[in-house]
Each structure stands twice: as structure tokens, then as C-alpha cells.
Write a protein that binds this ligand. Structure first.
Ligand SMILES: Cc1cc2nc3c(=O)[nH]c(=O)nc-3n(C[C@H](O)[C@H](O)[C@H](O)COP(=O)(O)OP(=O)(O)OC[C@H]3O[C@@H](n4cnc5c(N)ncnc54)[C@H](O)[C@@H]3O)c2cc1C
Length: 215
């Protein structure tokens, strides 16, 4: 199916015209993200933790230390709510009330499943390649100790929604006569200049995939 099924939990009530359940739209938003925020509760206490995210097909993956509270909790299949957010710009209106942001966000509800066996290594490699495509071919492969020290949890994408705002401010009609600049200030994440590790023990040129890295 090209869209995710809207459920009682994912039905967007507030400004539903900004909502989307389109699979490709949701995949694109997730794939552009380096991080997500994972929400879960332990003993009725809510926690929200930022962490890296990787998508493969219709699953997303979270990884981290075997002793991480979050990973231990998620690996038990406890319910989680995972959010991906991109800020595309500031929306400057003619009143404070209508100031806003242009954004793309995804909210995922689900229960995690621990990843074991050869899939675990593949997913951990995926995390590296997602950071910088081309990197995996250059680096030392993960070893047994590192594999054992790391937990990977998979969430199948089923209960998912996206919300997207774009375009100019939406002001009150009477405010359009005000002599106030209004509009959008686009924002984006850009790469800086690579900084070579001062502890490099030999001359190694900056790889092409680093020089040409694009967000
Ligand atoms: C960068 C950014 C800044 C924002 N700033 C504000 C702000 O200052 N004030 C404000 O009120 N709102 C803001 N929003 C919108 C906010 O995320 C909520 O959509 C909104 O507050 C409505 O919340 P609700 O719980 O009433 O949503 P409801 O419509 O009741 O939510 C029902 C379901 O809709 C889906 N849903 C709701 N919001 C989102 C979303 N953002 N992305 C994907 N799915 C969603 C979820 O599945 C959710 O369970 C912002 C969003 C982003 C991404």
C-alpha cells in the first residue's frame, strides 16, 4: 500500500491539512534525519531521548550500548513513540500569534524487537553508511566485542504519521495592511570544512566522500 493506515492514535486532529500518511513522503523525512527522539515510560515516568536512526525498507532501527536504560527497555518490546523533526525555516508573521516554523516531522508508534545474528552486524554497518556514504569501505570492521556491547532494536513502520508546514505566514486579514516585513527565513543544516584528527599518525588525504558530502 502506498499510504499508512490512519489509526485512532495517528489521526491528526490539529490542522489535519498538514498531515500525510504517504509512505514515500514518510520514508524521505526519516531518511533525511540523522537523529530521532524516542519517548517511552518507565514506572509511569516519561523519558524522551535523542538518538541516531536508520531505516531499511519498512523498518527503523535504534542502536546503542547494551547497558543503556533506553535500549534495554525498548528491547523488551515496551511501547515507544519515536519522532523525527526537520526545521526548514522560520515563518515571520505580522503578529507574534502567527509566527511559526516550516517543518517536516514524523511520529512513529510501535514496539521494538531486538535484532540478533548476522542482521545485527548489517544494521550497524548501515548506521555508518547512513552517516557518510562510502565510509564503510575505509574503516576497520566491527569486532565481536563491539557487537556484543551493542543492542539494536527494530521497529516496523505501521502506525505512522507525518506533518508538514511550508509556505508564507498566514496572518489575520486586517494585519496585511501593517508596515511590517513578513515572510520566511529558510534554515538548513550545512556541512563545514573537514578538520583532520590531530592524532593522525600518517598523512591520509581527506576522502572524496567527505569532501563531496552533501546534506
Ligand atoms: C518544528 C515544529 C514546531 C512546532 N511548534 C509548535 C508550537 O509551537 N505549538 C504547537 O501547538 N504546535 C507546534 N507544532 C505542531 C505540533 O507538533 C503538533 O502537531 C500540534 O501541537 C498538535 O498537537 P496535538 O497533540 O494536539 O495533535 P493531534 O492532532 O491531537 O495529534 C494526533 C496525532 O496526529 C499525529 N501528529 C500530530 N502532530 C504531528 C507532527 N508534528 N508530526 C507528525 N504527526 C503528528 C500523531 O500521530 C498524533 O498522535 C510544531 C511542530 C514542529 C515539527
Amino acid at each position: 500500500m502506498s499510504t499508512f493506515v490512519k489509526t485512532a492514535k495517528t489521526k491528526i486532529k490539529r490542522l489535519p491539512k498538514r498531515g500525510s500518511y504517504d509512505r514515500e513522503t514518510i520514508y524521505r523525512i526519516i531518511d533525511e534525519a540523522l537523529i530521532c527522539h524516542v519517548g517511552f515510560t518507565i514506572d509511569c515516568e516519561p523519558y524522551v531521548v535523542p538518538t541516531a536512526i536508520a531505516r531499511v525498507d519498512n523498518d527503523i532501527y535504534i542502536h546503542g550500548s547494551r547497558v543503556s536504560r533506553m535500549l534495554k527497555h525498548l528491547a523488551q518490546g515496551e511501547p515507544a513513540c519515536i519522532v523525527v523533526t526537520h526545521i526548514d525555516g522560520l515563518v515571520l508573521a505580522r503578529s507574534g500569534f502567527h509566527h511559526s516554523m516550516n517543518y517536516r516531522s514524523v511520529i512513529i508508534f510501535g514496539n521494538g524487537v531486538p535484532v540478533v545474528g548476522p542482521d545485527k552486524r548489517n544494521i550497524l554497518d548501515t548506521f555508518v553508511e547512513r552517516l557518510v556514504p562510502g565510509r564503510l569501505a575505509d574503516i576497520r570492521p566491527i569486532n565481536r566485542k563491539e557487537l556484543a556491547a551493542t543492542t539494536v532494536v527494530k521497529f516496523e513502520l505501521n502506525e505512522v504519521s507525518a506533518k508538514i508546514r511550508s509556505g508564507p505566514p498566514a496572518d489575520d486579514m486586517e494585519d496585511y495592511d501593517l508596515p511590517v516585513w513578513a515572510g520566511e527565513l529558510p534554515l538548513s543544516m550545512t556541512k563545514g570544512k573537514p578538520v583532520t584528527d590531530p592524532d593522525m599518525r600518517m598523512e591520509v588525504p581527506v576522502p572524496t566522500y567527505v569532501k563531496r558530502y552533501k546534506r
